[in-house]
Design a protein around this ligand. Structure first.
Ligand code: ZN
Length: 343
């Protein structure tokens, strides 16, 4: 099939999709139509009539679990795909153990791990759970997200130890003025277009990676407002707080020492480290192709990409001089309190 010489190999792969919302459900349909070997579907939600502005689910499925509704539709589209459905929240302790077990044993050949995990969830906890599982099991995964204002989206390919994990740095989002991570009690806007485009990017990246054609994206953003598509690679943070990330980074360094061709970063780029001197995260953002902009550090991500938030425990507070309370030797407690209230 044209540029893809080994298309039929798609049948050998097994993919876990976590979250069957506007992005996950459409991605599952694309992969099913492409003839993927096996899909493991994880979601604890039910189909709701309020979600009919999104693609995939139909009104007659309202009230069904999203995993059952998905399997019912997908197996009619392509009966050759094998499905495993898990109608639970991966974030609870018991379910997390089962989640780990299914990722470890859910490959196309029984007892082997899945080839890839796709995170299509809408909240921080679930992303952290996928991150933990994939770091622990050393499984590659792709993260995806659509902003609350529904006008930007992104995908990110995370290879434990080789590219930044979800805990290496605050999450990256396409700069649109609205943060991407879901806030409590806030109902996200939704556009089937943005979700469909993000799902298309995700499924395309899966095919490129699994079938080894073209350039696999490590981070690909989409701003609907300006039709802007930033791309980059984010390297892991050597001080990441996730212990399995540290282990994977060590393993990767040893592997690259034995075979330098495995390094994602080219030799010439390594000679000129791009770490910003005020880079508290130790993050380097490097590029796989020449045209891409080389940037680094918290303040210097590639144009159009921003951090979703700053984690207060890991970012040093930056207090402007005029906001400081000056305490003299003769200042009493009441005076100090007045000064604090005045800030
Ligand atoms: Zn990490």
């Amino acid at each position: 099939m044209g540029i893809v010489k080994n298309y039929e190999k798609i049948r050998d792969f097994s993919i876990a999709i976590v979250g069957l919302g506007g992005v996950g459900s459409v991605t599952s349909e694309m992969l099913t139509r492409c003839g993927i070997g096996k899909l493991l579907l994880f979601d604890f939600d039910t189909v709701s009539l309020a979600n009919m502005n999104r693609l995939f689910f139909t009104p007659d499925q309202a009230g069904m679990s999203k995993v059952d509704a998905s399997q019912s539709t997908l197996s009619k589209i392509n009966p050759d795909v094998t499905f495993e459905c898990y109608n639970y929240n991966i974030c609870t302790v018991d379910n997390f153990d089962d989640f780990l077990s299914r990722l470890s044993n859910g490959g196309k050949t029984q007892g082997t791990p899945v080839d890839l995990v796709l995170s299509c969830v809408d909240n921080f906890d679930a992303r952290m759970t996928v991150n933990q599982a994939c770091n622990e099991l050393n499984i590659k995964w792709m993260e995806s997200g659509v902003s609350e204002d529904a006008v930007s989206g992104h995908i990110q390919f995370i290879i434990p130890g080789q590219t930044a994990c979800y805990q290496c740095a605050p999450p990256l989002v396409v700069a649109s003025g609205v943060k991407q991570v879901k806030r409590e009690g806030v109902c996200a806007a939704s556009l089937p277009t943005t979700m469909g485009i993000t799902a298309g990017f995700l499924a395309q990246n899966v095919l490129k990676y699994l079938l080894d054609f073209g350039t696999t994206s490590y981070y690909l953003g989409y701003s609907a407002m300006t039709d802007f598509f930033p791309t980059m690679i984010v390297r892991p943070n050597p001080s990441c707080t996730n212990k399995y990330c540290q282990i994977r980074q060590q393993e990767y360094l040893e592997k690259v020492e034995r075979d330098p061709s495995l390094n994602l970063v080219k030799e010439e780029e390594k000679e000129e480290p791009v770490v910003h001197e005020e880079n508290e995260w130790g993050i380097e953002v490097v590029c796989s192709v020449d045209e891409e902009e080389i940037v680094s550090g918290l303040q210097e991500l590639t144009t159009g990409v921003d951090y979703a938030f700053m984690r207060s425990d890991e970012i040093k507070p930056q207090i402007a001089q005029d906001e400081k309370v000056v305490v003299g030797d003769d200042t009493d407690l009441d005076e100090l309190r007045r000064q604090l209230e005045g800030l």
